[in-house]
Structures are given as structure tokens and as C-alpha cells.
Design a protein around this ligand. Sequence first.
Ligand code: HEC
Ligand code: HEC
Length: 394
Amino acid sequence: MKSIYWTILVGIISLFLLASCDREPTVFVSEHSAVPLLPAQAYDYVSTSKVVNDISMPDMDLVNSFSTQFAVGTVGTNIGQSITQEVTNNDIATLGRVLFYDGKLSKNNATACASCHIQSKAFSDGDEFSTGFGGERTTRNSLSFQNLALGNNFFWDSRQRTLQDLIGEPITNHIEMGIEDLPELMNKLRNVSYYPELFKKAFGTETITEQQFSQAISEFLASITSTNSTYDRALQNDFEEFSSLEKLGMAIFYSDKALCGSCHTGANFAAPDAVDQYYNPSRGTTNIGLDLDYADEGREDGFGGEFKIPSLRNITLTAPYMHDGRYETLREVLEFYNTGIQAHPNLDFKLQQDGHPIKMNLSSLELDALEAFLHTLTDEDFITNPAFSNPFEI
Ligand code: HEC
Ligand code: HEC
């Protein structure tokens, strides 16, 4: 009897094999490799990070000549930012790049910094709120970033001053990455095949400390620089290649009619130095009158409704906009500034006139022009630069 079962079994197997013969063999392709694939020679992060020192700002006399040409009023001043974090060593930044893209930094081994900070979106994530390791949503919109070394006010409420200090926050955040304590994470990393070697290359020792860990990520962050937008290239040439719509947009941007450039200032179109005399103690935050009553009060020290003045570089890539991602398009943002500013008691004084929120009264042509100017801040080289890309991707 047993041989009958054998015959049947062999028959079934052969039929199965025959049937599968003309099928394509199944090949499993993984999008991600288990170990980082790094170039033999590290990218030159030290030089990359220094370029922010060389970004110049437009000559305000020139901008003034555009505004005279288009009769959009006078232009304000432009206050720069100074560099706050250096990249000391290419191998340290390389280690930081691996850590930034590694899901092992989270509780479920799947959520990396890069899950919410995606290079093609100028390191934002395209969502109103981000999804953390356990599927829960964050309460604020992921901030995009570039030229972070020019800042000293981080997060929407500017609660952090330095890149090095902020690293622990997303990792131990119960929604974002969910690691209960950092020493435990350091132990975990010691047992990941590629880390002891990478730490040795970077710091000369395989011991993995929290200090080295956050230094590495913060140096990588400081290397993430964007200085080759259409605007940057035009800047070299007195904006000759700008269309007249773009020139008009730039004039409006800096004009006292729209005031954009008085807050989104300097080379990074962001808050001026948060320790700058003029802005002290605002920490580079302000209230732009989005709401009369804020669901999220932003700054927690009595300055309700104040949020970080974010950089406008690569702004076309980072929708949705504002701390709560309330606007889908740049046009909606511009319409808000033009007609929607609310009379919040903390409203920035520049956005008030005689105690009332200003109405900018920009025409639709002027709004088109502003939008065209904002489009020139997009830097294609930045979002494709391999030095900032995912080292685990094949
Ligand atoms: C689950 C999504 C998520 C993950 C994972 C995440 N972030 Fe963020 N990140 C955010 C959100 C949301 C904000 C804004 C939070 C706030 O303002 O309170 C933010 C803000 C930041 C900022 C501030 C930028 C600025 O201009 O002020 C930096 C820098 C940053 N994250 C770096 C990191 C690093 C490094 C990691 C990994 C260690 C990381 N993030 C992991 C969502 C995330
Ligand atoms: C008084 C200072 C101030 C002025 C003037 C100002 N902004 Fe802003 N801007 C801010 C602040 C603060 C935020 C963040 C507000 C929030 O999310 O609650 C912001 C947010 C934005 C955003 C969204 C950025 C993002 O990453 O989500 C854009 C786009 C923007 N502003 C463009 C402009 C333009 C264009 C003008 C001129 C019409 C302008 N701003 C004038 C302070 C200012």
C-alpha cells in the first residue's frame, strides 16, 4: 500500500514541476541592502559644508532698482545668518549618513530619520503630519532642511539651539522612533555588523558612545547644503537671466508691501540669527496671524502662536505648508498673506497697521510674480546629490 502513496506523491510533484517549467523563475529583488554601500573614498563633506559661508545675498540697491522699475515701493534690509556647526571629518559625516538612513535606530527597526526627511522633498515628507514607528501621527508637519548649519533655532517652536543637542529628540520620541533609552540603542548598534568598523574609521575607536553618535548625525546634517538653485546662479550675474516676472517677484518679496524678505531673510531665506540683537528674545520665531486661537500654541514660554520662521529654499518641494501642513499649495500660502492675516494679540508688529492686520492688496499678477520668484529657489542638484542619498539603496 505504501508504494501507491509514493507513486501518487511522486506523480503530484512531477506534475507540479512540469507545470512550473515554463514559468519565469522567481527572483526576489530587494530595494535595500542589509549593509550600507559606501564609496571607497568618502565624499568631501568638509568642503560641502563650507559652501554656506560663500552664499552671498542680493545687492539691495539692485533689488531697489527692480522695485523702482516695477513701482512696488521701497525694499527692506536683509539680515544674514552665521555658521553654527562645522563638519570636522568626512568619515564622521559618512557615519552620520548611514545612521540617518538606518531603520535600526527605531524601536521597530524600520523607521529611519529619512522616513520623514526625504531627499527628493528637500528632507520633508509630503504629509500634513508624519507617521512614526508605531503608525501614530506626529502633531506637527515634518520640517524640510538644508543649510542647517546657518541656523540656531530648531523645530517649529525653536526649542533647540544646536544640531548636536536635537538628535536624541526624534529617537526617543514615543511617536517618531520610540527608543526608550539611548544607552540601550548604543548597545544595539555595537551588535550591528557594520557599525564598529564605521565608528572606528570615524573616531579611531570601536567604542560607541552617545556623544559620538549624535556628533556623527549632526555633522551629516550640517553637510546637507543647497546653494545651486536658479536663484543662486542668477545671483552671480545680477539676475540677468531672470524673467521680468521673476524680477518683479523678487522686488515684491523684499518690498515693504509684502515684507517677506524681512522675516525670511539672509542667504537661507530663514529666521535671522536667533541670538541677533534685533530678534532677541524671539528665538527666530514669530506670530503671522494664521489663527485667532491656535490649536498648537507653538512656543511654550508665553509667546503663544509663535513659530519658527522656516527657510524658503526648495519651498516648491516641501508641501504641505505651515507647522500643521494646512496649505496644500504655495498659492494658498500667498492668498493667506494677502488677505487672511488674523488679529491675534501676538501678531508680529510688521504685519499690523494701526492695530489691525495689514492687507497686502497684491494683484493676481503680483501673486504670480511672487510665486515665480519662489520657484527659483529650487535646487535640482541638491535633491540628487549622491552624498546625501540613501546608502542602503541598491
Ligand atoms: C516620524 C517622523 C520623523 C522622524 C522619524 C524623524 N523626524 Fe525629524 N522632524 C519630524 C517632525 C514632525 C519635525 C518637526 C517637529 C517639531 O517642530 O516639533 C522634525 C524636525 C526635525 C528637525 C528640525 C529642522 C529645523 O529646521 O528646525 C531636524 C534637524 C530633524 N527633524 C532631524 C531628524 C533626525 C536627525 C532624525 C533621526 C534621528 C529625525 N529627524 C527623525 C519628523 C520626524
Ligand atoms: C512677520 C514675519 C513673516 C513675514 C513678513 C512673512 N513670513 Fe512667511 N512665515 C513666517 C513664519 C513664522 C512661518 C511659519 C508659520 C507657522 O507655521 O505657524 C512662515 C511660513 C511661510 C511659508 C511656509 C513654509 C513651510 O515650510 O511650511 C511660506 C511658503 C512663506 N512663509 C512665505 C512667505 C511669503 C511669500 C511672504 C511674503 C508675502 C512671507 N512668508 C512673509 C514668517 C513670516
